[in-house]
Design a protein around this ligand. Structure first.
Ligand code: PRT
Ligand code: MG
Length: 216
C-alpha cells in the first residue's frame, strides 16, 4: 500500500487547509497546535501529515519526503519552485506583498530623486526583482521576522512584507506605499509522486477543487 505524506505548516495554512482535507475525507488524528508530534496520522491508514516550517514545505516536497504540500506564493517565489508541480491555487491564506515605510518617510520623493534605499525583508528575491524593475538602487538587509521593527529603529528605510488586515503596520506607525503582488497558497506536488501515485492523488485534488469557494 503506498502512503501519501502531506507537508503543512502550523497556523493559518493548517487551519485553512483543514476544510479541504475534510472534503477529501481526510481528518487529522491530532491538532498540531497542541500536539508536539511532527508526524500526525489521519483517519486514513494511507495518509499522514508532517508539520514543517512554512518556508520548508517546498523543500520536503521537492525531495519527495512529502508527496504534496501547501505553500504560499511568497515562499514559492523565494524557493524557486523548481521541480514542483503546482496544479492548484487553493486561494487560502490570502495577503499582499507590499512595500511599507515609516509614516513620516516620503517614499515617492526618495524614489523620484534616485535615492539609494535600504530595504529590510525576508523576501530578498521578490524585493530585488521589484526594485530592479523600477530602476531603484537598493541595499538589501535580510531578516527572518519582525520586519516591521526595521524602519522604526533606523535599520532600513523601507520593508517588503506581507500585509493582510494592515493591523500590524498600523500598530507600528507604518504605511504601505506600494503593492508588489497578491499572495495565496498553492498545492505543490512532487513530480515523481504526481505520476506514480496518480490513482490516489487525483481524487484528493478533485475534492480540494470542489471544496474551494469558487471553481471552474
Ligand atoms: O510565523 P512563522 O515564523 O512560524 O512562519 P511564517 O510566517 O513563514 O508562517 P505563517 O504561518 O505565519 O505564514 C504562512 C503563509 O501564510 C505565508 O507564507 C503567507 O503566504 C501566508 N500569509 C497570509 C501570511 C499573512 N497572511 C500575514 N499576514 N503570512 C504572514 N503574515 C504576517 C506578515 O508577515 C505580518 O507580520 O502577518 C503580519 C501582517 O498581518 P496583518 O493582518 O496585521 O496585516
Ligand atoms: Mg508568521
Amino acid at each position: 500500500m503506498s502512503t501519501i505524506t502531506i507537508a503543512l505548516s502550523k497556523g493559518r495554512i493548517f487551519d485553512e487547509t483543514l476544510p479541504l482535507l475534510e472534503a477529501a475525507g481526510i481528518v487529522p488524528a491530532e491538532n498540531p497546535e497542541t500536539s508536539r508530534k511532527l508526524i500526525i496520522g489521519t483517519n486514513r491508514d494511507d495518509v499522514r501529515l508532517i508539520i514543517v516550517r512554512a518556508t520548508d514545505v517546498p523543500t520536503y516536497v521537492e525531495h519527495g519526503a512529502a508527496d504534496l504540500g501547501v505553500a504560499g506564493k511568497d515562499v514559492l517565489l523565494e524557493h524557486g519552485g523548481n521541480n514542483l508541480y503546482q496544479p492548484l491555487d487553493l486561494e487560502i491564506a490570502q495577503c499582499r506583498l507590499m512595500v511599507a515605510t515609516r509614516a513620516g518617510f516620503d517614499y515617492t520623493s526618495a524614489v523620484a530623486r534616485g535615492a539609494r534605499l535600504r530595504v529590510a525583508t525576508k523576501y530578498v528575491d521578490s524585493a530585488r526583482k521589484h526594485f530592479a524593475a523600477k530602476g531603484v538602487h537598493i541595499d538589501l538587509i535580510k531578516l527572518y521576522g519582525s520586519m516591521e521593527l526595521a524602519p522604526l529603529v533606523g535599520l532600513s528605510d523601507v520593508i517588503v512584507d506581507l500585509v493582510s488586515t494592515g493591523g500590524t503596520l498600523k500598530a507600528n506607525n507604518l504605511v504601505a506605499v506600494e503593492h508588489i503582488l497578491d499572495v495565496s497558497s498553492r498545492l505543490v506536488v512532487n513530480q515523481a509522486a504526481y505520476k506514480l501515485k496518480r490513482g490516489k492523488l487525483a481524487p484528493i485534488f478533485d475534492a480540494f477543487k470542489h471544496a474551494m469557494h469558487h471553481h471552474d
